[in-house]
Design a protein around this ligand. Structure first.
Ligand code: BEZ
Ligand code: FE
Length: 320
């Protein structure tokens, strides 16, 4: 995209460049749409919508999008909406395969990092988190009714990023797929909330529980996101991973995943979410009848207090 066509992404200074360039289409139209915003608009929307409008209009002009193509896009969004409910989030899946969730995760983490406040690396939430996973006792297993899994003892500590001190009463919310590659809400053969759980640390910030060494799996392909992947000649696989939300009172929650180094898709995640510091080794475990593998990982949280002092955007928001 040339800058003359692209205009100024902030939608203000020099913003009319894209529309004043000699165009076969009405050059004043984009500004007219932007100027419709009223004086009492939500401030953040007033800041970002001119840019979004320019990018969308430029996209349509540059590619000479026809009404039929536009309607195909509208129908895809509507279909994603109809498919989505508490158990399925097709809209998020669509943005995931376009790399958007991973991009905004990178931006959010970078803002924190630039303010000197970069705890455990974050990664995308994805569309399969469910609220209200069962609270479990430390040391319990999240696995039920699965005979062919590689049982794993996962353990570590939840620490204050700034002081290195353990965080008591921190909550670790975990979820992953069964060996058949399905989350419980996708699989009628798993009990409700299987392979999910919430654990609370004691005074030493320590946690341990049994889960499975995860397997790689394809993201769902029975909706518009899957069709788009096929049309783009792309594979749907995610490398084996476990999801977490780590939270504690007074700390910014960390939404993240850890990824199995040995997975063959580690370099080409279909949703672009792998980060080096989140790649882990599952080690063989001896002498524990309940687990064949051992996984150690410490999570670090940054306090809201420090984040607020440093002016990190989002520092006062609550857990998703
Ligand atoms: C997941 O890891 O659960 C996931 C993330 C993005 C798209 C689909 C699935
Ligand atoms: Fe996942």
């Amino acid at each position: 995209m040339s800058s003359a066509v692209n205009g100024n992404a902030n939608g203000t200074a020099g913003a009319s460049a894209s529309t004043t360039k000699v165009s076969r289409f009405d050059p004043a139209f984009t500004d007219k749409v932007i100027e419709a915003t009223g004086p009492n608009a939500n401030p953040r929307l007033a800041q970002v919508m001119p840019s979004l409008t320019r990018h969308l209009h430029d996209f349509c002009r540059e590619n000479e999008i026809t009404v039929d193509e536009y309607m195909a896009g509208v129908n895809m969004i509507n279909e994603a909406g109809r498919m989505s409910d508490e158990k399925r989030n097709e809209g998020q899946l669509l943005t995931d395969i376009l790399g958007m969730e991973s991009l905004v995760d990178e931006i959010t983490y970078k803002l924190a990092d630039e303010a000197g406040d970069a705890p455990t690396a974050t990664s995308i939430l994805g569309p399969f988190w469910r609220k209200d996973a069962p609270r479990r006792k430390m040391g319990d297993t999240i696995v039920s009714g699965i005979e062919n899994g590689d049982n794993t003892l996962m353990h570590g500590r939840i620490l204050d990023y700034n002081t290195g001190q353990p965080i008591p009463n921190a909550e670790l919310d975990i979820w992953h797929t069964a060996p058949n590659g399905l989350y419980e809400q996708q699989d009628p053969n798993q009990i409700d909330f299987n392979l999910r759980g919430r654990f609370t640390t004691g005074p030493d910030g320590e946690y341990h529980f049994y889960c499975l060494r995860p397997t790689s799996y394809p993201i769902p392909s029975d909706g518009p996101a899957g069709r788009l992947l096929t049309l783009l000649d792309r594979h749907p696989m995610r490398p084996a991973h476990i999801h977490f939300i780590i939270s504690a009172e007074g700390y910014k929650p960390v939404v993240t995943q850890v990824f199995d180094r040995r997975d063959k898709h580690i370099e080409n995640d279909s949703v672009f979410a792998v980060k080096d510091s989140l790649v882990v080794d599952f080690l063989p475990k001896e002498g524990d009848p309940k687990a064949q593998f051992d996984l150690h990982y410490d999570f670090k949280l940054a306090s809201y207090e420090v984040a607020k002092r440093q002016g990190v955007r989002g520092a006062t928001e609550v857990a998703p």
